[in-house]
Design a protein. Sequence first.
Length: 301
Amino acid sequence: MTGIRFLVLGSAAGGGLPQWNCNCSNCSAARRPSSGLRPQTQSSLAVSVDGQNWAIFNASPDIRQQIQQTPQLHPRELRDSPIKSVVITNGDVDHIGGLLTIRESQRFDLFTTSAIETVLVQNPVFRVLNPLFVSRKVIRINDAFSPLDGLEARIFAVPGKVALYMEEGEPELGVEGEQTVGIEFAIRDKRAYYIPGCATLPMWLAERVRGADLVFFDGTMFTDDEMIRVGAGTKTALRMGHMPISGEGGSLEALAALEISQLVYVHINNTNPIWRRGPERRLVEAAGFLVGRDGMEIILD
Ligand code: MLT
Ligand code: MN
Ligand code: ZN
């Protein structure tokens, strides 16, 4: 097999759809099979170059269910996993919680920045990942690394903030460092990106993704004040470290100008109206963009 496969394991942001304690119109619809809105799990992407071995980008708290609903990730021997590596893009619970699930003495490589490695070291519960089996590999911003044989990737800093539970007072927003990173994949003449959290799209980042073959991008909220409007919270998207899709300074307008062949919104919050048919989703689709969903597969060859 040639090419590179991207499989959306989880398209929803932290909390998932429905979120356990939310009864907003989307969450309530997702609990009713007749609504047509299927439940969606938390943020994760699987990537393979041979269809046999997989790298997982972000270990969602839903990883057990994601593996269960993805036959490609089932064990093929008594004790086995096609998951050869896990790469973490930030330290939020939706991206590291699943590490506690995949702890059963199974070999894999765990790639993180040193800032995220520090978070894991400071939380002793992650010692359940036995170092005899899990090799932790600290990767530096912009260094190439190989999460799978035949797959070259690179991490780069994107504007973000520290993980929610690391906040002390008002966090610095839009920091470009090791807390929040994007992933660049290069295979022959193709370029793809995975950027599930991003606070702004500065010129350098726009230029980096310009002309890409595929971009998975932060689609957390449609409008900056969505949580407030829905009555589900008090924080804006920007305060949470996520640029909204719509409006001035939104990702839709900025990304639409960049000649990206395929753009998929992922890490979509349960309050986001793009989950359902309506003017907001139509706007996204009119730009030629896709709304991610669990099980969506895109192959670049
Ligand atoms: C986020 O992306 O903003 C976080 O996942 C929030 C959280 O951890 O609940
Ligand atoms: Mn998140
Ligand atoms: Zn909800």
